[in-house]
Ligand binder design. Structure first.
Ligand code: DGJ
Length: 740
């Protein structure tokens, strides 16, 4: 049993962790402990010690030692003496913002049901290793019910939390804040780890020491964003990739979020995560519910790799669609960097034919196939083919692609509208904007009001028609701007603050309808690259375009950061042309592939213009990737040497099969060094008792030797520099390891 309840004490256990809580003196829930597993026998009373402090508000005059500012809480409120930021706030019909929830009862169910309108984790009722606890609290005066939801995924060491508000009273109340989870830790000796960035440098790793007060990351763009990811980790100072304690929190949501840590004057660390209360408000009418998104929480004592493996296993087993999660993903060719908007059927077919001859499996037609779209100024919303470019229509092209033996994929940007479009002429009111106020363009485009059902219905019909007409195999769903002038003509004045969340619910609804109606279409989400790489998107689209930045060297940091949470099967990684289109860097075809293998491989360049020698290299690359595709897409990814450490000159990582019999390590050196220091590459995750060979290295090694002593890495110049024209900057080596 992963959940046991004794009186008012709750003990949630995964294979290696415990999470303890109980009912407090005021009837709310208190947080007791989260960390290494304590087992079934726990002294709960010890967590209930109280101490008197002068000048602090107390629960009652008779209980001077019960002061909320000193008590660790589960889902804290504001206004009764705890002056830290709360997890929620409600305005009642008299304007008061004071809640008094009290514990009512609980229920435990087997498995984990889905949430419905929100992406969420799931487990069948007969999954004996997953249980769900629902703790009900009631606000007597108003009839507002709060349910704290906990699903315990024993095998993955993950607990999923969310909160449900249900108005069982007669008057409308307003939610000003409704976060998903809050955890109070009993000390502050942590570093906060976040993934932050910008377009073309998404999910870079940042680490800072916690300090008193509030430290937070957030999004106000109504997208999880390239700027910040809805994730944070709290790690002990000495925690490394391989060792040490770390807590990870990841929100299953794609819109505005807040991930906040507050250290109080008693060194208690409060982690709060959920929908950003800024730009949020929800009119909760009588007999309606509000469901927060879910937070995945994990604790690992084997460093950041341990945390990542727990998250990755959890996403693989319980969140990403079962239809796709274990499906070998096709190697694709995308025409974007090959042609941009300048293509016709002939050009596309030339690329497709070359791609097929090299072993590629899926042809993806990117932006520019619809309306009058010859640049980024027009036609978003008009999802009908541009006959000037494709005179045989979409089906004409799709049939030829399919006849070549390739799958066919199409780009859409469903959430957007161009002012120069038939859709805008017909429905200007479908655009998010404030009447009589300036409309701020971004990439010459505006955002459709996804809170309107008719908008979603229109897009479903348009996209479904294209899918049917082309027997489509794949969709790249892009989203290239953030929302300004947040206002819906379809919502009343008091509901305008609901729009950011309603917008995201609309995006989820369209995804849900399309993926249900067309279960065999593989979706890849994209937002100017990896600007919306989050677990909410992965629920519908099992892979995400990791970054528009396809430069192999830049990708080291991006893919490293992304792997903190997400499995390799989710990361689109393409080999593109040099000089690279984002940073003009020139790297070899080998280096570009050696980085892109660690993800879902694709090519994004005019393959028809490659030299015979380059084509032969690509043939070999594709053969190699196909041979190890399942390892690359489904193996355990282990980070070895960080591009964020020291001067960042060397990065290495590896992927290991479940049976530990096959592994591939990649070692990347940004700049060659003359007369360098001695170097070894230490592997991880192998079986210490197996005997292994390493391709290109003489002899046999025990797993124990490979992991503890590693292998010698020859100097790039002296050992290999016979060709004086060759550069060893931006160098990559792969080491393929097989058990005997
Ligand atoms: C941004 C994407 O990230 C690119 O891959 C490409 O699809 C363009 N949009 C097309 O407009």
């Amino acid at each position: 049993m992963s959940i046991t309840v004794t009186g008012h004490d709750f003990n949630l256990q995964t294979a290696h962790t415990s999470y303890l809580m109980g009912v407090l003196e005021n009837g709310e829930m208190g947080q007791y402990y989260y960390g290494p597993r304590l087992g079934a026998k726990v002294n709960f009373a010890d967590f209930r010690h109280r101490e008197f402090r002068s000048i602090t508000p107390t629960l009652t005059a008779e209980q001077p030692e019960v002061t909320l500012s000193m008590i660790k809480q589960e889902y804290p409120s504001y206004g009764h003496g705890d002056f830290r930021y709360p997890a929620y706030q409600v305005t009642y019909d008299n304007g008061a913002r004071i809640s008094e929830f009290t514990y009512q009862d609980y229920e435990i169910i087997d498995g984990k049901p889905k949430l419905g309108a929100l992406p969420s984790a799931s487990a069948d009722v007969d999954d004996k290793h997953v249980q769900t606890l629902r703790i009900h609290l009631l606000e007597q005066q108003s009839g507002l019910q709060m349910t704290l939801n906990y699903s315990v995924f024993e095998d993955e060491d993950v607990i999923v939390r969310s909160t449900t508000f249900e108005n069982k009273g007669t008057s409308t109340v307003k939610l000003n804040a409704a976060l998903s989870a809050s955890v109070d830790f009993s000390d502050d000796q942590y570093d906060m780890i976040q993934l932050s960035g910008a377009w073309a440098r998404e999910r870079h790793l940042y680490r800072r020491t916690l300090t008193r007060g509030v430290q937070a990351i957030s999004s106000t763009r109504d997208a999880s964003s390239a700027q910040q990811s809805p994730f944070l980790a709290l790690a002990r100072k000495q925690t490394t990739n391989q060792n040490g304690d770390v807590y990870g929190f990841n929100l299953v949501y794609s819109g505005n979020f807040l991930a906040q840590v507050e250290v109080d004057s008693y060194n208690v660390t409060r982690m709060t995560m959920g929908i950003n209360p800024f730009e949020f408000g929800w009119q909760l009418k009588s007999h309606t519910q509000f469901q927060t998104p879910e937070v995945m929480m994990t604790f690992a004592s084997d460093g950041f790799n341990g945390m990542s493996h727990q998250f990755q296993r959890f996403l693989t087993n319980h969140l990403i669609s079962k239809r796709w999660v274990k499906e070998p993903r096709p190697i694709l060719i995308n025409n974007w960097e090959a042609t941009y908007f300048d293509f016709n059927e002939q050009k596309l077919l030339a690329i497709a034919k070359s791609a097929k001859s090299l072993g590629i499996e899926l042809f993806v037609l990117d932006d520019g196939w619809f309306g009058k779209r010859n640049d980024d100024k027009t036609s978003l919303g008009d999802w009908q083919v541009n006959l000037a470019k494709l005179p045989n229509g979409l089906s004409g092209l799709a049939n030829k692609i399919h006849d070549l033996g390739l799958q066919f994929g199409l780009w859409f940007e469903p959430e957007m509208i161009s002012k120069e479009s038939k859709l805008y002429a017909a429905h200007p009111d479908w655009t998010i904007h404030v009447p009589d106020r300036r409309m701020t363009p971004a990439r010459n485009q505006f955002v459709l009001d996804f809170s309107r059902q008719e908008v979603i219905d229109y897009l479903f019909d348009q996209m479904a028609a294209a899918i049917r007409e082309t027997h489509l195999d794949y969709i790249k769903w892009d989203m290239n701007r953030h929302i300004t002038e947040m206002f819906s003509l379809a919502l009343s004045a008091d509901q305008q603050e609901e729009l950011p969340h309603r917008y995201i619910l609309g995006v989820y609804q369209l995804y849900e309808r399309l993926t249900s109606a067309f279960p065999d279409v593989l979706f890849e989400s994209c937002s100017s690259g990896g600007g919306r790489f989050d677990a909410g998107m992965l629920y519908y689209a099992p892979q995400t375009w990791t970054s528009d930045d396809t430069d192999a060297i830049e990708r080291l940091k991006i893919q490293w950061g992304t792997s903190m949470i997400y499995p390799l099967s989710t990361m689109g990684a393409h080999v593109s042309a040099v000089p690279n289109h984002q940073d003009r860097r020139v790297t070899t075809l080998a280096t570009r592939a050696d980085v892109a293998y660690f993800g879902v491989l694709g090519y994004e360049l005019d393959i028809s213009k490659m030299s015979p020698a380059e084509k032969a290299t690509v043939v070999d690359q594709i053969k190699f990737y196909k041979q190890y595709r399942l390892l690359f897409q489904q193996g355990t990814f282990i980070r070895l040497q960080s591009p964020y450490d020291g001067d960042g000159n060397v990065t290495s990582w590896m992927v290991v099969s479940d049976d530990q019999k096959t592994a591939i390590a990649g070692r990347y050196q940004v700049l060659a060094e003359p007369n360098p220091a001695y170097r070894r590459l230490k592997f991880a995750g192998l079986n210490p008792d197996f005997q292994y060979t390493v391709d290109g290295v003489d002899g046999e090694f025990s797993g124990r030797q490979l992991m503890n002593a590693g292998i010698f890495i020859p100097e790039l110049f002296a050992e290999r520099g016979n060709n004086r024209d060759q550069t060893f900057d931006f160098h990559a080596d792969l080491y393929v390891v097989h058990a005997k």
